[in-house]
Write a protein of this length. Structure first.
Length: 209
């Protein structure tokens, strides 16, 4: 019977290997699942050496859910279960009734607190304690009106002229006549006639034509 020990041992180890492969296949659609690989150690017969989880980068896919996250490279998400901190690569998160980002088990995603100013070129203090990430639906960033607008472009030099441009042998001359009144007196600025001042209600404004 001892002659059957080695082949029976090998068959048992292959059974364990197939069980591990079956687990990998069964969890192919499990978010954040990492496959396993079994190695063997040869003695007088065959024994299982170690079953190792392969932490290699998986493919990043768009899910259509704005709260789904992924880590590219090494690292883990930190989630909280009561007072316990856990680590996971699964980034399928949703917003609960309290506005917290939670995973499928209800564990709250952890992060460092920030402010509106830190979102615009600021820095987050990574030395501060981790806390629950809360999405406040009432939080808005005030809009800022556009103050200046520049529009540039090139005219097509290959198009025909729509009208003939008349030229003059001498420089064009402009004249300006400004009248004031007791209600709205005008004051011409010395040295030019295309700038003037208007005073209304004690406030003086300068206008350039």
């Amino acid at each position: 019977m001892s002659s059957f020990h080695i082949p029976v041992s090998a068959l048992r180890r292959q059974q364990q290997r197939l069980e591990l492969l079956g687990s990998n296949i069964a969890n192919i659609n499990t978010t954040g699942y990492k496959s396993g690989r079994m190695t063997f150690v040869e003695t007088l017969g065959t024994v299982t050496g170690i079953s190792k989880t392969l932490f290699k980068q998986g493919a990043l896919e768009f899910t259509g859910n704005v709260t789904d996250l992924a880590i590219q490279g090494k690292g883990f998400f930190v989630v909280r279960n009561g007072e316990e901190q856990l680590y996971t690569r699964a980034g399928a998160f949703t917003i609960d009734s309290n506005g917290k980002l939670v995973n499928g088990s209800g564990f709250a995603l952890q992060g460092w607190a920030g402010s509106i100013s830190s979102l615009v070129g600021g820095a987050v203090n990574e030395a501060s304690p981790l806390g629950d990430i809360i999405i406040d639906n009432n939080l808005v960033i005030p809009a800022q009106a556009t103050e200046n607008l520049w529009l540039t472009g090139n005219l097509n030099a290959g198009l025909e002229s729509l009208a003939e441009v008349w030229s003059s042998g001498s420089a064009f001359k402009e004249e300006a006549f400004i009248e004031g009144s007791a209600i709205a007196p005008f004051t011409v600025i010395t040295g030019t006639k295309d700038q003037f001042q208007i005073t209304l209600g004690g406030t003086t404004e300068e206008i350039t034509l």
